[in-house]
Design a protein. Sequence first.
Length: 361
Amino acid sequence: MSHNSFGHLFRVTTFGESHGPAIGVVIDGCPPRIPLRAEEIQAFLDKRRPGQSRFTTQRREPDAVKILSGVFADDAGQDVTTGTPIALLIENADQRSKDYADIADTYRPGHADYTYDAKYGVRDWRGGGRSSARETAARVAAGAVARKIIAGVCIRGALVQVGPYKINRARFDWREVERNALFCPDAHSTPRWEDYLDGVRKSGSSIGAVVEVVAEGVPAGWGAPVYGKLDADLAGALMSINAVKGVEIGAGFAAAELSGEGNADEMRAGADGKPAFLSNHAGGILGGISTGQPIVARFAVKPTSSILTPRRTVDRHGNETEIVTKGRHDPCVGIRAVPVGEAMMAIVLADHFLRHRGQVG
């Protein structure tokens, strides 16, 4: 009943708190004999790591991952997975718990302070404890392992909206995502976003964002009908990310504005004997099962709740008061949510690949 685990055949359990000694993840169900080195996991953690630009929290965490179990050298001397649980550890190195001492008994509006206290009767007020986005580093580490299982699938994420400013889809370029600190695929939008975020940051406020994640190379047939739908599991995975308040697959909410003719993804005979779709409003999933088209998902991330502007609230004793949250926070937490969204896509797809293989071979 702890609900700290996700997945069925590929199952991840994360542990740790924002200001504890370490965070980490235990991965169960990874097939054996898959080459795995810490450096491969580290490459994805470095994309999410804080303190890399003025637009993210200045908490300095190296996020150096250690593989504690689940790998062993094969006959060629290469470290491979053994089929047993893989434990990954990431030590916390730059906690400043004193920044939160003044609000130990006060609930931050928009945060999980009150709900954790209401449920458990105790809460870790140091940076939000378990509810902190710090936990997502463990997900990114698990996602790196998941990618090894579905090596033929390409998973990429991008920031497509910051506050009211959306990218121009006509200028969408995946190569551009790697060239800027905002994961922005539109070179013309990046300077505008930077100016806007500088204003948000200097005012001590925050803003939300929309992240898009695309998986290419997923064959038709992954997923299951009714209660094992690929899109349902993907939506749940993305919704479980800190600060996410909305998820859509394919056309998503825009499908409500389309006619039946406009929404249906028409098909023609493809050169390989498989259907060739003329559009992808379904986001690569029909009836909970992949179509072979790119799987497209977007999720909305709310503004960071820890801000310098005084907000009205109450304390644990029911007294009305005001709160200002000190510490180091992301003016737009959606930026670092991009690699987290990629990781959750990878975890879901790895799990569904193994489930599909187990059922139909």
